[in-house]
Every structure is written in C-alpha cells, then in structure tokens.
Write a protein that binds this ligand. Structure first.
Ligand SMILES: Cc1ncc(COP(=O)(O)O)c(C=O)c1O
Length: 383
C-alpha cells in the first residue's frame, strides 16, 4: 500500500528530537523554530513528558469514557488554574478541528441558530463545520459549502453588527491570533466590542486558541490581553506537545446533558498523561512568562534586521513579512543553515513558532543566519 499523497514533503527524515532540536538519520541537527506547526510547547522529548507517558502506558493506555477517569479531572483542575479559567468546564477530544466542530455544535445546541460568522484569512480546521468557516475554498468540498457562513474583516464593526442584527447568527468564531493567515492579531478593543455585540444579539463567541493558546502568545491565551470572557475556548496543538489531544473550554452558562457531546478516544488515559505533563512543565519552568520575555527579545532583535518589511507577533508567535515570496529563503534556512521555519497563507510571510523553552542563544543564532541568508539569496522583485 502507498500513502495517499496529500503533503508536499521536504526530503528530511527526522528520527530524534531534543529540546529545540530535531535530528535526522544522517546525524544532522536542525534548530526547530516551527515546533511541528506550533505543536511543540515544552520541547521535544522533555524528560518529564517522556516519563509521565511511559509510566502511564505501563499502567493503562486507554479505557473508554464509560468509566470514571481521575486523570481527566486532574487535567481539568490544572488547566483551569494555570489558564485562570477555573469557572469553565472541559470537554476533551483529539484534535483542533474536532474541538472547533464541538464548539460550533454546542453553540447551535444552545441558541438553536445556524449561521456562523468567521474572519478573512482565518483557519479553523478541515472537518465539516470547521472547514466551512475557514477562509480557503480550495480545501472545502461541496458538502462543506452547505453551511451558512459569512467572512468578515477584523475591525469592521458596522458590517458585523449589521449581520448580527438579523438575529440568525449562531456563533462568531475568531482565532486569538491568526496563525496560518500570517500572524494577524485582533486588537483587544475589537475583541471587546465583538463580545458586547455577541451578548446583545444572543450569539456565542468562540475563541479558537488552538495555535495561539498554551502560552504561545506570552499569555496562557492570546485573548487574555483583552478583558473578554469568551463563551467557548478551543485548544489543541501545544496542549499535548505532539500527543494528539484537543479540548473545549465551556462557560458554565452551557448546561451539560448525557450524550450531548462524545468521542471514543478523547480524554483517554495516555492523552491525559501527556496533557498533565505539559501543564506541569509549563508551570514548573515558568514557560508562559519565558515565552513573553523571549518573544520580546526576539521581536526587538528582528526589528534590527534589514530586509524585513514588517515584524509582528506576541510571545513566541511571530510573523516576518517580506516584500518577496519567502519560499527560497525558507529553503536556504532549512538546507544550508539547518533551521526549520514556517510558512503561511501569505507567500511573503514566514512564521516563527519555536518550542516555548527556546533560549536567547537560539534567537541570536537565527538572527545571524537570517541576516546572512538575506544577503545571499537572490530576492525576486515584488510582484
Ligand atoms: C487556529 C487553528 N484552528 C484549528 C486548527 C486545526 O487543528 P487540527 O489540525 O489539530 O485539526 C489549526 C491547525 O493548524 C489552527 O491553527
């Protein structure tokens, strides 16, 4: 059997990870400033993470959600505390798309409405409702286009209110910081107005913190730079440091009912051990404050580099906009300098999403290599 060929692949075969580094089978060492797409939060193969998972697997890897699972309770408790969202309830699932799918479903159960407002350049996953509110028609099959959706620009309050006023909008979904869209940050004031409009028109506000959450932005959640209290918050990626786990944080105004949501694998014992290990490490190593501090250092350093048109970001979620497509620059950094970086839906924007325990020396190393690369690679003139 062959693989269903859907991913354009770099010819690199990683076999080992350690902290901020990846090693291939030939012994090459790569600095990972991509974190496997913002997934690696506490670093590759962190000893506490490995130990927790190993011990858990020796005891019990999985049993179904028909029995009590104390690990889920421990995970929820620790997550509530560290994120300062103790009043929310947690539903555990397996991925980001699944978290958003459940969030949208829950919103619709709550107010019985069907239309969803999302934002241009946004990404919310590849499953049915989640992809229908993603700004990329190329990944929407005809079946996904049956949802009632509307995409708006950030800050265009009047058009958003005009739509909400019609009374049929079930939910507004917005990323804490747009990731794939190229690190676009909604202003706190915009989020605050959005929250008040959602309240006014009985619409559920869903914060997709799948990429921007878990300390990546320098706060536990990116929206915490504002004063809002979202109705629903979705999480995944950094939550499991590579172990597939997702979650939905649900405001207490939603009442749970047996069978309302469900999953076979979500919240299994091994996944919970991974989730707990991540929270333990984030807390013990103070990685959220570290993300903010290193992020500020990184942003300041990047602003001194000639040849970048715009640097934007928060914590360790950083976008570098150039006035040329970055494809060759990324390839140069990867194959010549052995540094992983990320792309975005904007061909001119590079994303930097390192493990949260990155150090200043890694930042300095990248800056030096980026400066050299910008002098070496032929930069096509802007189109
Ligand atoms: C903001 C955001 N939401 C949702 C998703 C979907 O997550 P998953 O790939 O785990 O389904 C992603 C993945 O990149 C994302 O960045």
């Amino acid at each position: 059997m062959k693989l269903f060929d859907v991913y354009p692949l770099f010819d690199i075969h990683p076999v080992k990870g350690e902290g901020c580094y990846i090693f291939d089978g030939q012994g090459n060492k790569y600095l990972d400033l991509y974190g496997g797409h913002a997934v690696i939060s506490v670093g590759h193969s962190h000893p506490h993470f490995v130990k927790k998972l190993t011990i858990q697997l020796q005891h019990l890897g999985f049993y179904s959600n028909s029995l009590k699972n104390d690990l889920q309770i421990e995970l929820a408790k620790k997550l509530g505390k560290l994120s300062n969202c103790e009043e929310y309830n947690l539903f555990l699932c397996n991925s980001g798309a699944e978290a958003n799918e459940n969030a949208l479903k829950l919103a619709s159960f709550q107010n019985k409405k069907t239309k969803i407002i999302a934002f241009k350049k946004g990404f919310h996953g590849r499953t049915s409702a989640a992809v229908s509110v993603t700004d990329n028609v190329k990944i929407q099959a005809p079946i996904n286009k049956t949802f009632e959706t509307e995409l708006h620009n950030f800050n265009e309050i009047e058009t958003i209110e005009a739509s909400l006023k019609k009374g049929n909008v079930c939910a507004v979904i917005i990323e804490g910081i747009q990731g794939i869209g190229g690190v676009e940050i909604p202003k706190p004031k915009f989020l605050e107005v959005l929250e008040s409009l959602c309240k006014k028109y009985n619409t559920i506000l869903i914060l997709d913190e799948i990429q921007s959450g878990y300390g990546r932005s320098g706060e536990f959640f990116a929206f915490q730079k504002s004063t809002i209290t979202p109705d629903i918050i979705t999480i995944a990626k950094g939550m499991g440091n590579g172990f597939p786990i997702g979650g939905v944080l649900i405001h207490p105004k939603f009442k749970a009912k047996y069978g309302l949501l469900g999953t076979t694998f979500g919240g299994n014992h091994l996944a919970c051990a991974a989730g707990i290990a991540v929270l333990d490490i984030l807390k013990k190593e103070n990685l959220i404050a570290h993300s903010k501090e290193l992020g500020n250092y990184f942003l300041e350093k990047l602003k001194t580099v000639e040849g970048i048109s715009e640097v934007r970001g928060s914590g360790l979620m950083i976008g570098l906009e150039f006035d040329f497509p970055i494809k060759e620059l990324r390839k140069h950094l990867l194959f010549k300098e052995k540094i992983f970086t990320g792309s975005s839906s904007n061909p001119n924007v590079m994303r930097v999403l390192p493990p949260l325990n990155i150090q200043k020396e890694h930042v300095d190393f990248f800056i030096k290599k980026l400066e050299t690369a910008l002098k070496l690679i032929p930069t096509p003139s802007p189109i």
